[in-house]
Design a protein around this ligand. Sequence first.
Ligand code: SF4
Ligand code: SF4
Length: 260
Amino acid sequence: MKYFKEQKLRELQGKQLKHDSTFCFRCYPGISCFNRCCRNLNLFLYPYDIIRLKLCLKISSDEFLDRYVDVVLREESYFPDVLLRMEDNQDKTCPFLTQEGCRVYPDRPDACRTFPLEQGMIFDDESGHGRLVHFFRPPEFCMGQYEKTKWTPKSWEQDQEAEIYHKMTAKWAILKGLFHHNPWGSEGPEGPKARMAFMATYNIDRFREFVFGSSFLKRYKVKSYLIKKMNASDTELLKFGFKWVQFFLWGKHTKEIRLK
Ligand code: SF4
Ligand code: SF4
């Protein structure tokens, strides 16, 4: 998910799609470029991607972060980006690419589902609201763009079972947008507050230990229906994590969390 400025949209490459615009695309095993797109990528991973991938691989979020990602702090943001680390081979292949295709296909990341579209957000600093935009921009080598099957952004999203991904990524994008301003103060982006924010959004198993295995629930009043949901589901816990970050960093009150 990239952030765009309204006035810069026209300068961007690719075709901007309205919700009812169509594009042609089809990808299938046997197409001449099969798997060419799964290498040498800057593949951004969002918090919900990590949950799905670590569950698919049956490892902890901690282990996933250790083995598969690079964490990069860029100049324009005070929160790091998380990128899937490509293999250290000549083609820099995705670590999940096999001869037969993607070995995490049912749980592949948001960016892989959305491709050949790219999703971005125009974020209004003042209102705090974001608006999603879509661009059609397959790389030249992608032969799928010359196929005849027609899609709208919506029908493509449904076909790729990307609805839950887009919903979670949009929530994350709104929170991430707040990090265009420095929330760390003198602690800097590697201090305890920053580590807490990263844990609550990207390291769900550690965050689970923190919420359920520390004095957290003694210090904060959390609605009991929510505790049950968080206990049963990493996705619900992640939604809570997004709210928690806003609460402890910016003091944004929600009806779900209160100091006791
Ligand atoms: S390059 Fe395009 S058509 Fe080829 S495998 Fe990738 S997505 Fe499919
Ligand atoms: S996760 Fe799967 S679909 Fe995405 S780049 Fe890797 S192999 Fe390709």
